[in-house]
Design a protein around this ligand. Structure first.
Ligand code: KIV
Ligand code: ZN
Length: 512
């Protein structure tokens, strides 16, 4: 076994394929900076050929990062490879990840290609990628459902064409540890290469085995592990990198392997992804769940108080769980607020800080302790409002009769034009959403609505997520407020704004 494992983070690519997750440009940049701070070796920043947005953010991340290798995904298409080249060429260490499926079901049902055609495509496109990049990673998609002889042939073809990193995706989360480990062993024995090859593991969690399979790959020669923070990703998600990292650390006696990760930045990284993805970390999640370091039973508490090691195999401090947090309150001034922003890792311009401080005072009036989560929500909420074409200006509700509510909603755009309409509905949220639909002249289907309380207690802020569908298009929005009704309206306005025509100066229902 090697003594060092590279950590390849694909939160911004495979992680963003989580249903309902879509990071904004600023969020992607912030996530990439946090991943660099955490110490990952490679960031898969996106799939540049898939959209202009992905291209722009891979390019911005490449320009911004100081140490980390930045890679982008490409199908076996010259135009995809060109897009990755253009997007990553300014990175300190650019690389490319080229893939094509190799399993019989993908060849016949998806690609409509023969094995010979797939091999020719691998040869042509890996060679083409190699003419642009020093480091080319190749993935035979659905490798674990590919017959071993053809998998070896595909990998040999990629290596002969210049790939120096071979990634083995368990695309559908189908394999089990012993089988997956054996694939790595066989490839390292069978594939002939003039240059050293890095073998990489990429697992999905459909059977809950992604981390176990990744650990088995390490035991059989993999020196790179791909995954995401909190294990987000397609369907059941990807390998949770924090679990691999802590597994290696806590069981150093067995693995004797180091990573470059700053383990005490793990919790902070997890919280950032959870916030931006709008996916709460389950309480019982390994390493980063809230219960991971709490002890409930009397026997456990007694043992823990006598010696923490009786029931704790790692300390909360190891992963950066803070035991104390100094909340702000109504008497906290501008300086305390600025210090808190700095401490939480935000670099915010003076103008935005002014409006955030005003909003902070508004929260502090309603809440005794303004926690770090409240501050994060404040900043996230203001960023969402900034990027939305319309924002909530004011809202009035009135009970009509027999459960019917009436809502008057006023929205405003960035030029401060206001737009007003009213509607009724069987409940306050429906009445509000109907009124927003009338203003924006859209009628989407509400396919997801979720409320989270940001902190404990009756005075907690609410975080509401909505997902809307109009024809083929799905969009989402998030709203934060002390009041659930306002948070629900803000979330809906952000989502529905993406379906509406952009604001014009003369809109029906306009009042100013
Ligand atoms: O799961 C998968 O097969 C992938 C590839 C693109 C590597 O994400
Ligand atoms: Zn994947």
């Amino acid at each position: 076994m090697s003594s060092h494992i590279q950590i390849f983070d694909t939160t911004l690519r495979d992680g963003e394929q989580t249903p309902g997750v879509s990071f904004s440009f600023d969020e992607r940049l912030h996530i990439a900076s946090q991943l660099e701070h955490w110490g990952v070796d490679v960031i898969e920043a996106g799939f540049p050929a898939s959209s202009e947005g992905s291209f722009q953010s891979v390019q911005a991340i490449s320009r911004h990062l100081k140490r980390t290798t930045v890679t982008g995904l490409a199908r076996c298409l010259k135009s995809d490879i060109d897009a990755v080249y253009e997007a990553t060429k300014e990175a300190v260490s650019p690389s490319i990840h080229v893939f094509i499926a190799t399993s019989p079901i993908h060849l016949t049902s998806k690609l409509n290609m023969t094995e010979a055609e797939v091999l020719a495509s691998i040869d042509e496109h890996v060679r083409y990628a190699k003419s642009h990049f020093d480091i080319v990673q190749f993935s035979p998609e659905d490798a674990t459902r590919t017959p071993l002889p053809f998998l070896i042939q595909s990998v040999q073809t990629a290596v002969d064409a210049g790939a120096t990193v071979i990634n083995i995706p368990d695309t559908v989360g189908y394999t089990y540890p012993q089988e997956y480990g054996q694939i790595f062993k066989t490839l390292s024995q069978e594939v002939k290469a003039e240059q050293p090859i890095t073998y990489s593991a990429h697992c999905h969690d459909d059977l809950g085995l992604a981390v176990a399979n990744s650990m088995a790959a390490i035991e059989n020669g993999a020196t790179r592990i791909e995954g995401t923070v909190n294990g987000i990703g397609e369907r059941a998600g990807n390998t949770a990198l924090e679990e691999v990292a802590l597994g290696l650390y806590v069981r150093q006696d067995h693995y004797q392997i180091q990573t470059n990760l700053q383990l005490d930045a793990t919790k902070q990284t997890s919280e950032l992804i959870a916030r931006y993805a709008g996916l709460r970390v389950p309480r019982n999640k390994a390493i980063v769940g809230r219960n991971a370091f709490s002890h409930e039973s009397g026997i456990h508490q007694d043992g823990f108080l006598k010696n923490p090691e009786t029931y704790e195999i790692m300390t909360p401090q190891l992963v950066g769980v803070k035991s104390t947090e100094l909340p702000l309150g109504k008497l906290s001034g501008r300086h305390a607020f600025q210090d808190k922003l700095k401490q939480l890792g935000y670099d915010i311009d003076a103008e935005t800080q002014k409006s955030l401080f005003k909003a902070f005072k508004g929260i502090a009036d309603k809440k005794k302790h303004v926690t770090d989560r409240d501050i994060h929500a404040l900043i996230q909420g203001s960023a969402h409002e900034k990027q939305s074409a319309y924002q909530l200006d004011s809202l009035q509700l009135q009970f009509v009769s027999k459960g019917l509510q009436s809502a008057v909603v006023v929205l405003k755009d960035h030029a401060n034009n206001t737009y007003q309409d009213s509607s009724i509905g069987t409940g306050s949220i429906i009445a509000i959403y109907n009124a927003v639909d009338r203003i924006l002249q859209v009628k989407p289907k509400l396919i997801d609505y979720r409320i989270d309380a940001l902190t404990e207690g009756r005075d907690a802020q609410a975080e509401v997520h909505v997902r809307l569908q109009l024809g083929e298009k799905e969009v989402s929005g998030v709203g934060f407020d002390h009041d659930i009704i306002y948070a629900s309206c803000k979330a809906y306005v952000e989502a529905a704004s993406q379906l509406a025509s952009p604001p014009t100066s003369s809109k029906e229902g306009e009042t100013a």
